[in-house]
Design a protein around this ligand. Sequence first.
Ligand code: HEC
Length: 202
Amino acid sequence: MNRALWLYLGVFATVIASFLGLVQLPDHQLRGLEPVRDESGVDRPLRPEGGVLAGRQEYIGLGCLYCHSQQVRPDGFGADIARGWGIRRSVARDHIWDPPPVLGSMRTGPDLTNIGARQPSAAWHLLHLYRPRLTSPGSIMPEYPFLFTQQRLELERPADALSFPSGDPRPGWVTLPTYRAKDLVAYLVSLDHSYPVPEVRP
Ligand code: HEC
């Protein structure tokens, strides 16, 4: 009987300790995180809205996160910073507007934490999504042509028509991004976590 009581107390203590350590403590540490104001008075990270928010859903729905991470490891834990994926490590604060965070676990492609700073051109992203090998020769990234429509070229070329390096693939027709493609690209170019945060010393 005596032993059963100890066993019971042991199990109970283990459950309580795990709850405190794995649920209560992280919640206490992370709950109060606020955006930081940068030198130009803008609160970072920016709160995603409208197209950016819709683009984030596309990013999740299209499975981009199965090949791309969004977390820069600290110096000494890998070459992320040396590779140019960020100027500082990622911190929890970077993800306060990200329920759920799309940190990813695979790196078949480069980390995208700061892709908006690294590649701010929407035209580049559209072309890359349409056919990655046009901008990145030899790329193994899948093509996403279903995010685009083809339209007969009328008198004037629409402003958002893709401009291919070697001319339109089908003469007389232009390729236009759908709203899904535009939202996704708005999300990608919004990814810029290069602002300073108090957790990381410059
Ligand atoms: C099968 C794996 C795979 C999937 C799925 C994938 N990518 Fe990629 N991605 C790659 C690889 C590999 C590269 C590097 C070659 C290149 O630039 O195309 C890359 C490159 C990129 C780049 C350029 C990164 C840089 O640093 O220049 C962006 C932006 C990007 N992917 C966005 C996306 C988006 C958005 C999706 C979802 C619609 C997606 N990827 C899905 C593998 C993938």
